[in-house]
Ligand binder design. Sequence first.
Ligand code: ADP
Ligand code: MG
Length: 256
Amino acid sequence: MSELVTHRIRATAAKLGLPHLACSLDHLTGRADAGRMGYLDFLDLALSEELAVRDDRRFHTALRLSKLPHHKTLDDYDFAFQPDLDPRKVKDLATLAFIEARSNAAFLGPPGVGKTHLAVALAVAACRAGYSVYFTTLDDMVRNLRAADTAGRLTIKMRTYLRSSVLVIDEVGYQTLTRDDANLLFQVVSKRYEKGPILLTSNKTYSEWGQVFSDDVLATAILDRLLHHCTTLPINGPSYRLRNQLSTLEGALAGI
Ligand code: ADP
Ligand code: MG
């Protein structure tokens, strides 16, 4: 009798799209027996486990689709290494309220200070919270859009950069863009304006963007939309990549 019921529960759970319940029924009932659970507690356990498994699966799918270069988190970031960066401001961003507010966030600073790390950490948190994320460097985005434009497929390709809840644009300013390429960025920024948050990193200050985009008017138009609702966190400390070389150098200098 109980085997028949077990079989039927498994089949029903599978039909209802509850795969964890279907395959872990014995384990769950074992735990219920061991813990002498009541009906409500057992139902609560079964449903919350199903939800946890589903959330975890959704999180991993979102990470895979995001094309993030790695999955470092804020816990991996040593704030003591950048004393000028206020951890509270980063943690405020990590509440992800900026996503709900459809506003942007930008990390500005020289190479190696952790701009990409922090943008990725926020993006990972966004994936965990159920948002979709897409990561690209500015150069890759512009190259893809330019190729699509040449092939008459700009509108379709544009969707890659418009459909995710959060778009991460890494490395703005490493290379100078032509006016046409800057115009492609302008289109992305203005189409996402007040609709889809952008997280960006740049090694240039905003006042240098005119040179990056070969056009002051276009740079101003991009900045106007980007900065209307934006949290900018400048990080002007030492490079983490060079920390060992720096301490060796400091040691050598101390010995002089
Ligand atoms: P940026 O984008 O500013 O050039 P990255 O984010 O690529 O710098 O950081 C370079 C490397 O150093 C990465 O491996 C990153 O995880 C690490 N890193 C940078 N800053 C820190 C930090 N404060 N704590 C821990 N790791 C850091
Ligand atoms: Mg970087």
